[in-house]
Design a protein around this ligand. Structure first.
Ligand SMILES: [Zn+2]
Ligand SMILES: [Zn+2]
Ligand SMILES: [Zn+2]
Length: 491
């Protein structure tokens, strides 16, 4: 910091005040101003001026706010006060439509201006739509907005054979040109996970606060999920593999990544993960979501059994009780990792928050709403809302891809990847068509080649909302017009 201060414009201040109010509904003006000074250390704002912009009444005092799921980002719920953890999220009957309700909020751990300087977070707060990303300036086709590594790695089951045969890096998913290439390393504990080099190994397993906002390690090979360090996880891992259950894998990794930081990592990171998971990312109980499926009465027994079993396996692997078999080795594993500090035992609230069955179902729902197929959970990417006519493309580009320079814009989009040029799990956000300042950035959660009905049904089933994007509206009008013409012709 140079120490130079600037006076924000009314618009800038209004926006930040709204953001802060949304994410801290219960805080007073003084505390919000303190947070504003943390977020914008270079701003000079008096309390009197700030008061004018921050609404005191809006949602003050409310609990975690529930809003309709509209893609990834909505409303707020930065209430890590441990009061509403197990509130089950259910269908909204009162709003007239039958949208599922999710809890979400702002993620203050992400420095958006650093990761994506031309983009900012916006709270929409209309029609159940919460946060999203908008352009700060004009963006041109082919422009790279930002690149991001997953903060929770989950892989498509089709890649698992490559990983177990040591043909691919567990962290970044680079295919090795030959078995055991020079510089590559294996996990020293289990000899099962293989990495491009030491850097990939350390990103996968240890915390690094350097950060692209992701803070913690990627959990691609979390210590708690390494059979060499925690033999108790083997049963869980083989169940996940046998079921090819990527979502369950994701849940285990989220809990393991929090637990790792909480037990012997960085306490600040543990808090950050806690806030991101329970205060920011859109989440909804998986059970509430699946209860809406027409076939639920026929599958409920099997689904519940599978969930109960996975939950039990997670408890045994990640939070065993002294009565459990294998508890001693687990403790030894933890102790060997501890350096000086003594670990505070988990509080009852923490146990409830992370290890109850209800929480498990919410984490499972969270994975369903936020997981990007190419690699897991991404901190900033998960802010992007859906459109069937998106203006941003998410790409997995090969290592060494070079973004067009400003003078080369507008540019063609990168060509589709082939087996030889397959990318890593680092995602690149590329502008698909001209975007004007203030326009929302959107991606498509579903295959755009599907028909209107197919897209909308998929979005409803998987993400809980009925799409009403420009394209859906246009196509509906065209369909209606066609039906009318037909009706007239037959009349
Ligand atoms: Zn290992
Ligand atoms: Zn790698
Ligand atoms: Zn649509």
């Amino acid at each position: 910091m140079s120490g130079i201060t600037v006076t924000p414009t009314d618009t800038e201040l209004q926006e930040q005040a709204t953001l802060l109010r949304e994410s801290h509904p219960a805080l007073g003006v003084g505390k919000l101003l303190a947070q504003l000074k943390i977020d914008h250390p270079d701003w000079s704002v008096s309390e009197k001026r700030f008061k004018k912009f921050v609404s005191v009444t809006s949602s003050a005092g409310s609990d975690a706010t529930n809003v309709n799921v509209n893609a990834n980002g909505n409303g707020n719920g930065d209430t890590i006060g441990l009061t509403s953890t197990s509130t089950s999220v259910s269908q909204s009957k009162s709003t007239g439509d039958d949208a599922l309700i999710a809890k979400t909020g702002i993620d203050h751990s992400i420095d958006v201006s650093k990761i994506a300087p031309k983009v900012k977070v916006k709270m929409f707060n209309v029609d159940g739509k919460g946060k999203g990303l908008v352009a700060k300036e004009k963006l041109q086709m082919g422009e790279l907005l930002w690149q991001e590594d997953p903060w929770i790695v989950t892989n498509d089951a089709s890649l698992w054979p490559y990983l177990s045969s040591h043909e691919m890096c567990t962290q970044c998913l680079t295919l090795f040109p030959q078995p055991n290439p020079p510089l590559s390393v294996m996990c020293t504990y289990c000899r099962e996970a293989h990495f491009c080099n030491r850097l990939c190994y350390s990103k996968a397993s240890s915390s690094s606060s350097s950060s692209s906002g992701a803070g913690c390690s990627s959990s691609a090979h979390n210590d708690f999920l390494c059979p060499g360090q925690n033999p108790g996880c083997s049963a869980l891992l083989s169940f996940i593999h046998q079921k090819k259950a990527r979502d369950l894998d994701g849940v285990a990794r989220i809990i393991a990544s929090w637990k790792r930081e909480r037990e012997y990592g960085d306490e600040k990171l543990a808090k950050e993960i806690e806030r991101r998971v329970w205060g920011s990312l859109a989440r909804v109980s998986q059970k509430a979501k699946e209860e809406e499926r027409r076939e639920w009465p026929f599958i409920s027994k099997d689904r519940m059994e599978e969930w109960r079993l996975t939950h039990l396996l997670i408890l045994r692997a990640l939070n065993p009780s002294p009565m459990d078999e294998g508890y001693k080795p687990f403790q030894k594993f933890l102790n060997s990792k501890r350096k000086s500090k003594t670990t505070q035992p988990l509080s009852n609230e923490e146990e409830e928050r992370w290890f109850s069955f209800e929480s498990f179902l919410e984490l499972l729902g969270l994975i369903g709403l936020n997981q990007e197929s190419s690699g897991g959970l991404y901190a900033l990417h998960s802010h992007l809302n859906h459109s069937c006519e998106p203006n941003v493309q998410v790409r997995n580009l090969p290592k060494g891809w070079i973004a067009p320079t400003p003078s080369e814009l507008p540019a063609e989009l990168p060509p589709p990847m082939t087996a030889q040029t397959r990318g890593t799990n680092r995602i690149s956000m590329i502008v698909k068509k001209t975007i004007h300042p203030g326009d929302e950035l959107t991606i498509s959660y579903v295959d755009q080649r599907l028909s209107r009905d197919e897209r909308r049904t998929k979005l409803r089933e998987q993400y809980g909302f009925w799409c009403a994007c420009q394209r859906c509206i246009k196509e509906k009008k065209a369909e209606d017009a066609e039906a009318q013409t037909k009706a007239k012709a037959t009349a």
